[in-house]
Design a protein around this ligand. Structure first.
Ligand SMILES: *Cc1c(COP(=O)(O)O)cnc(C)c1O
Length: 396
């Protein structure tokens, strides 16, 4: 049987490669940090990690994980309702709820799972999900697993959201779902206006804080802090795999009864292993660090400002950003790939994105800033951008 299927896969893979869409993965032989070492021993500066607060190699997280490996072992070998949990799972859920000013939290193996398991237990065919067109793939998949009626509004477009809300009055319950920060432009969802519309049209509100938590808001606590929306957002989902340490793990945090229902009915929670004790312990240490001072968030924001201002001064076209994501617009798809390849030769890792990941004619280089970056890293990256930008005729 495999013969024909193999031929089919081989030709599909060839087509992916010929379209320039084949994904090749680098091998890193050092901790994730501002500077990384590759398999061939060469070094590069990393501007494409979600390591926003630079915690991925933080010594306190590493020693918290090691300590708990020694005292509690390696893995849990089960799901929580069958076999139980460690105290640090519960403590971490509490710490996340405190961080977001919510009532309770449920942990998942990833935010992909949190989003995959949030809709189906809460909503049925008589309800409506109203989703931003640029929401993350895991939200799209979660919505697919639920029988609720689907509405889609143009990215952060409040008039279009209002149109959906009016149509969705036909359903019993309505929920508006949005990413906090959209990962391609770095723009922030207008949560205050979303909450206003939710109140006007009697809808619940859910936000995925994966790229906003630790980054957005005066002290980095996410979109509710940024827009003064505490108490108005019913569900936040998020990841421990980006700003909060960069390992694995996801969560849903929000209203008590919602979290309770997820513990009873959410399939990725009920039928998938709980995160290892060491991950929970390191996660707890993350929230301890963030509770002690704003230092990392402040440094991240200074880095964003420094990089953006100098790039604009050099003549680059930068999308307005309110996050740690900086989109350097090139518009042309082949140019974006050439640019990323040439700047990699200068020892700077960034990602070139083009259609279908971004709209046609909107190709770009995405730069992700981190609190791990020092001034010299930023200066080196800016100099490399200017060098490659001039040689490819992007700037004068
Ligand atoms: C990265 C990301 C996820 C997935 O998080 P994992 O914990 O890695 O599964 C979900 N939603 C959004 C918006 C993301 O950016």
């Amino acid at each position: 049987m495999y013969g024909k299927f193999q031929e089919y896969l081989a030709s599909e893979l060839k087509a992916i490669d010929e379209a320039g869409l084949y994904k090749r993965e680098r091998v890193i032989c050092s901790p994730q940090s501002a500077e990384i070492t590759l398999a061939d021993g060469s070094k590069a500066l990393n501007f494409c990690a979600n390591n926003y607060l630079g915690l991925a190699d933080n010594p306190r997280l590493i020693s918290a994980a090691k300590e708990v490996m020694d005292s509690r072992g390696y893995g849990m070998s089960s799901v929580r309702f069958i076999c139980g949990q460690q105290d640090m799972h519960i403590k971490l859920e509490k710490a996340i709820a405190e961080y977001f000013h919510t009532e309770d939290t449920i942990l998942y193996a990833s935010c992909f799972d949190a989003n995959g398991g949030v809709f189906e237990p809460l909503l049925g065919p008589e309800d409506a999900i109203i989703s931003d067109a640029l929401n993350h793939a895991s939200i799209i998949d979660g919505v697919r697993l639920c029988k609720a009626v689907r509405y889609r509004y143009a990215n952060a477009d409040m008039a279009d959201l209002e149109r959906c809300l009016q149509e969705a009055q036909a359903q019993r319950f309505r929920i508006i779902v949005t990413d906090g920060v959209f990962s391609m432009d770095g723009n922030v969802a207008p949560m205050d206006r979303i909450c206003d519309l939710a109140e006007k049209y009697d809808a619940l509100v859910m936000v995925d804080e994966s790229h906003s938590a630790g980054v957005v808001g005066p002290t980095g606590h996410g979109v509710a802090e940024q827009f003064g929306c505490y108490g108005r957002i019913d569900i936040h989902t998020g990841t421990l795999g980006k700003a909060f340490g960069g390992a694995v793990g996801g969560f849903t945090t929000g209203r008590k009864e919602i979290i309770d229902m997820l513990r009873q009915r959410s399939r990725p929670y009920l039928f998938s292993n709980s995160i290892p004790p060491m991950i929970a312990a390191a996660g707890l240490e993350t929230f301890r660090i963030l509770g002690e001072s704003d230092e990392l968030h402040t440094k991240l924001m200074q880095n964003v400002e420094y990089f953006r201002d100098r790039m604009i001064a050099a003549g680059f076209d930068i999308k307005p950003t309110q996050s740690a994501i900086c989109a350097v617009m090139l518009y042309d798809a082949p140019l974006s790939q050439k640019f990323a390849a040439e700047i990699a030769c200068e020892g700077i890792f960034v990602t070139g994105f083009y259609y279908p990941v971004v709209p046609k004619g909107q190709a770009r280089i995405r730069v992700q800033l981190s609190a791990a970056h020092e001034r010299e890293h930023l200066d080196k990256a800016i100099a490399a951008f200017i060098k490659v930008g001039k040689s490819l005729g992007v700037i004068k």
